[in-house]
Structure formats: C-alpha cells, structure tokens
Design a protein around this ligand. Sequence first.
Ligand code: UD1
Length: 417
Amino acid sequence: MSNLLINGGNKIVGSITAHGAKNSALPLLAATLLCGGQSVLHNCPDLSDVDAAMKILSYLGARCKREGSSVIVDSSNIQKNEIPDELMREMRSSIVFLGAIIGRTGGAVVSSPGGCELGPRPIDLHISSLKQMGVVITEDYGYLRCEAPFGLKGADITLQFPSVGATENIILASVLAKGETIIRNAAKEPEIIDLADFLIGCGAKIRGAGNDTIHINGVNWLGTTEHYVIPDRIEAATFLAAAAATKGKIEVKGVRPEHMRSILSVFKESGCQVTCKKDSIYLENNHELRGVPMIKTLVYPGFPTDAGPPILTMLALAKTPTLFIENIFENRFRYIDELKRLGAKIRTHGNVALIDSAQKFTGANTSATDLRGGAALVVAALAAEGQTKIDNIYHIDRGYEKIERCFEILGADIKRI
Ligand code: UD1
C-alpha cells in the first residue's frame, strides 16, 4: 500500500496542463458500448476509475486499449450484459453502465451499488426513469435484473432532482430507443454536454444538453467517432487551491474557464488575482487570504460539491472565517477530522461547516477518507509546516492522475512511498 509523503512550505509555482475529466470519461466509456465499431477517446485520464471502466467494457466483450492519453474501444462484439459484483464494486460510478448496456442489448444485470464513502447513494431516479422507458426491473439477492421485453421506448421524464448520473443513464438508454425521450429538470453539468457531443458525433439525435430540458430522438444505429474528453474542472480547482494556499502563482492550461465560473469567483473573493484566457487560468496570491462569508454547493452552474474539500481547506488559512454549506452529499465532511490532525479549526453541524480564521497547518499522519477529501489533505500538507504522511491514497488515484508528479512539477516536495 503506498502513501504520499509531503514536506510542506514550498510555494506552488509554475505551469501545468489539466487532464481530461474523470466524470466525463466514465460515461463516455459507457457510451462506446452503443457504437457498433471502434471509438477513440482522446485526453482520457489515466486513473484507477478509468481502468475499472475499461475492465467492465472488456468483460462485456469490447476490445479496449490505451495508447498514451487515448483510449480505443471496439464494441462490435458485445457478448454479455451482466456486470459481476466485484467489477461493480471497483467503481461506485459503474451504475452509469446500466443505461448503455440496456440500450445495446435490451437488458442488464448489475449488482446494486449500495452506499459509498459520501453516504447512501440512492439510484431511485435512475430506476424510475428506466421503468418509464419500458424496462422491467426486479431486485433479487442484491442484483438488479433489467429487461425491456418490448424494447426501449421514448418517454417524457421529469426528474425530481437534476441528478447527473440519472440524466446520463437516460441519455444512454434513449439514443437507440423507439421514439422521442424528453428529460425535464435534467442536470446541466458540462459533462452532460460532453456526453451528448460524443453521441451526436456517432449519429445520435440529441437537442438541449446543458439546458433544463433535453430532447432525444431515437435512431436505429450509431456509428463511431473520435472525441476529446473535456478538461477536469475539479483537478484544475485543486491545483489553483494549492497555489492560493501556499501564496504561489500558477498557470493551469488546457482548461475551460467558462466551466469554472462559480469556483473562480470564490478565488477572487478570497483575494487571489485571477486572469482567464480562452483555455488557461492564471492565479497569483501574495497576501493573507480572506474568508468567503458563505459558500453553498449547488448543481451546475452553482459551486460544485467536488471542489468543496480543496477550497474549504485553502480557506482555513484565511484571516476571516468562512461558512460552508454542503447541499449535495450528506457525508462530505468526513475528511475534516483528518484536517484537524494538521491543526485545522473547523466546526461542523450537519451539512454546515464553520471554518475559523487565521489557521496554520502543521504536518501530521493522516488518511484519505474519500477522493476529494484526499485531495484536500494534499492541499493542506503542501501549505503545512513540516512533514505530512497521507495513507489510503487509492482514493486519490481514482480521480487524480499521478498527483505527486503534478505537484512536483509545480515545486512541491512530494513523494509516493
Ligand atoms: C456525479 C459525479 C460526482 C459529483 C456529483 C454531483 C460522476 C461519475 N460523479 O455523481 O463526482 O459529486 O455528480 O455533482 O460524474 N440522488 C438520488 N437518487 C438518485 C440519484 C441521485 O437521491 O437516483 C441524489 C444523490 O444521493 C445526491 C444527489 O442526488 O445526493 C446528487 O447525485 P448525482 O447528481 O446523481 O451525482 P452522481 O451522478 O452520483
């Protein structure tokens, strides 16, 4: 089991290019199942979650290989429609394969994803939407058996909450369904637009991705395409938070600043200088940070829950307090106990965290509790005095490609041991 060893105190300075977005790559890999040939995803991050998705594709009969930052999937020959429990468990986002497998084969058997480190992870919206499209779903012995006896048919679906995963699953199930599907109160995240763009490139008929209402007209067959995965706005936010926390300066290249408006406004409010070009962000911080009176996580275009942990950590060093309200996941604050080992003064009550001002971090032995919480510990360790050891970094590897290499390039004293 490896750990990260970080000697804090170095300023994060320099230039780095963001990798492709994990949260786009996973549904895109699922989408390749719908294509009757070879699809290519460029800028596909090299992450353990992406490896897990590739294992699922291979298990189902697709031929899958990585060439540098591109992943090539040939799904001409899909033989199975069942994902075994051990593969489902490797990645909690594997539920996004459900819509694609049913779309391709007319049925699917997957184990129920159950809870995860962020709390219970219900899939009621996925299930009820698929049922509206003609899928009969039975649950036995922890497995969901799904079958569309009369084929998938379009439906007019209103989501009670604009779930990212449910919106993706409905899109994946509907592109080859009979007739029109309408998704109302759909998620508007950039990853939804990326998925639609890939599918449109393959011949799907989708209108309105990125808006509240998405229309999908089923087609009989999808071809293939080459697609560039959008940049990872959360990875970019983590680099920016580390630079701000260490009074450094950074240029993050290969990003889409328009995807990060709510994040960038927090950096600006905390006193950082932020300059955006079309595909890069420059951030510099020479002063004590200011706290932000209130940050609330919201669905896009609001402040993303995934950017909360690294940015909350940065704000723990500010000269005035911050009130942080988490509205998306109930167990998001587990990493805060680990941050306290470095000296953070943060009080939590339910979904609210009050971050006291003028803190200093001191190196400590810590353990990543989840993906973004692990990234928060890296940010804290980089800004801390002394040495920090972070274990359970497999959580971090799910969503950050070679994090130690990235921060080493930016001047950090960081090693994987
Ligand atoms: C995706 C992202 C995750 C991000 C989240 C919110 C991927 C692989 N993961 O997760 O990193 O934090 O969006 O931006 O893209 N919910 C239900 N019933 C459902 C589905 C969801 O109650 O059927 C609830 C969830 O418990 C949660 C909220 O809705 O409280 C948001 O979930 P959702 O938008 O579905 O997130 P994911 O797609 O799981």
